[in-house]
Ligand binder design. Sequence first.
Ligand code: MSP
Length: 631
Amino acid sequence: MKEKYYITTPIYYPSGNLHIGHCYCTVAADAIARYKRLKGYDVMFLTGTDEHGQKIQDKAEAAGVTPQKYVDDIVVGIKQLWKDLDISNDDFIRTTEERHTKVVQKIFRKLYEQGDIYKGEYEGKYCTPCESFWTDTQLVDGKCPDCGREVKVVKEESYFFKLSKYQDRLIKFLEEHPDFIQPESRKNEMINNFIKPGLEDLCVSRTTFDWGIPVDFDPKHVVYVWLDALTNYITALGYLSDDDSKYQKYWPADLHLVGKEIVRFHTIIWPIMLMALDLPLPKQVFGHGWLVINGGQKIGKSFGNYVPPQEYIEKYSLDAVRYFLLREVAFGSDGNFTEELLVNRLNADLANNLGNLLSRTVAMIEKYFGGVVPEASYEGEYEKSLKETIKNSVADVERYMDKLEISKALESIWNIVSRANKYIDETTPWILAKDESRVEELKSVMYYLAETLRIVSVLIRPFLTRTPEKMWEQLGIATHTEWEDAKVFGLLEPETKVKKGANLFERVEFVPEEPKEEVVENQKEEITIDYLEKISLKVAKVLEAEKVDGSDKLLKLKVSLGTEERQIVAGLQKYYQPEELVGKKVVVVANLKKAKLKGIESQGMVLAAGEGDVVRALVVDDTVPEGANVN
Ligand code: MSP
């Protein structure tokens, strides 16, 4: 019977379109899954979407649709993206599916009944975009340590999960399973920064929003994010359902592949949940690094650098994108993504190195032997050396893949490709062809090249999904393309007919994008200093803030200008909880004509900056007195 291998990606938030950084994780998981299948494992590869929570509810509200409709639309796009990237997942779980929600409710109830979940009151700092609570010591400059945005104080009745009770068991487990958290550096970070300082019980329900799985015995609560999300790894297998055969077969997971920022949820909360449920723990959690732009920038719409991943595929081909993602960055570290780097890899490794090897080989076999692969009877020093490189590199590929060093595995394959190109220069077939007496040598060179390409075409199968078949077509190969066939030199049958085809990869000239013309839309007509002096900008302290009834945009503020108090209505509701603004010193236009907004008088305007989802009021530090002029 085949050995099983269960691999998962995180489930993605359908809160916007996914970007190339999200593809990085899924393509890596796909390469590992394909590799394991080729190695003969019975693979279960799971991905999906994490569809509940405040952020989704807010986005749906802003878009004027129900949360379900909102996620349904985005999930269609995510599934299409995985198709476009040839992701070979065996299942796709959505946390809004009944097969998930029902089981989460059962698990919540079980943990409550056995005393591991209890009711309490939560007060904490919460980052809405990241759906994370933070302790004061974790905040950086008072802001979310993950995304740098403002956090808000939240106080509410909540259920808690007793993480603290399991702390010692977790530490013992991590000591006894040194490979559980990978890479090594992430393990030390988890133990020293998160576990050793002491685990706090985890808030696992919320009452301030309702887009979540209701706690069935207390339905004003919905299950809060991690208990819902992490459980997908077992609900997708049918755990606690009528048919749990997949659970029986595939659990525990062999690998949870996750981004570095969610390692802590997977290596603290998840193992403890499983301990509490008395279930086996996954074998490994691997935290990969982030793809960043220009050496450090995060990727995403709110960072102004979003490009739909499909655009890269259309421009450069799917295999070029997959190759880049898997090859460029040492798996585990952060890596830089730019189109120029992608083009460099495409030109150098794919078009020049691999593409040329194939086209030169096929062209020479056509020219010297009428397109028929000859038999090899000669073996000299260059042939021996080429074979040696192949043997060592194949072993390296397996060794690296077993350690999830995907980039190094690809590097090993390209060692073979480079070695074979060098072999052409060493053996100079065009000179051999001129000398009748060296025809046996020439035959061997052609055979060795074609056979090397067959082996390469097998080795790249986990990584590039389109290129192997294109190579087989040109090499006239229909058999000996399974993984183990890469370990045997000489399987290619002589007499095979090759056929020249299109270039495997076209070279691309990289044209740096013209710096964008200044956006003129927002440019307003020039004004003189006299005009500016008509505008009175002043510092005002926010004394009170509340939502305006019947509006999802407006906040009613009471502000102090030192000598007077005023009421200002500001369109900041989407970006601030009212209490967040209280105490802040903001900049206001003080001499704006009085106006009524939603029937409420407003005297002045609060200045704010930003666009899209990120808008912040202009705030000055506390040392500036109320009423001070802004010049
Ligand atoms: N929903 C949670 C995961 C729950 S798993 C039980 C989540 N979703 S996410 O959509 O925000 O992120 C999904 C994955 O994409 C994470 O592993 C994250 O690290 C990864 N990436 C997001 N941006 C990335 C890059 N720029 N580069 C590499 N991976 C990135 O977190």
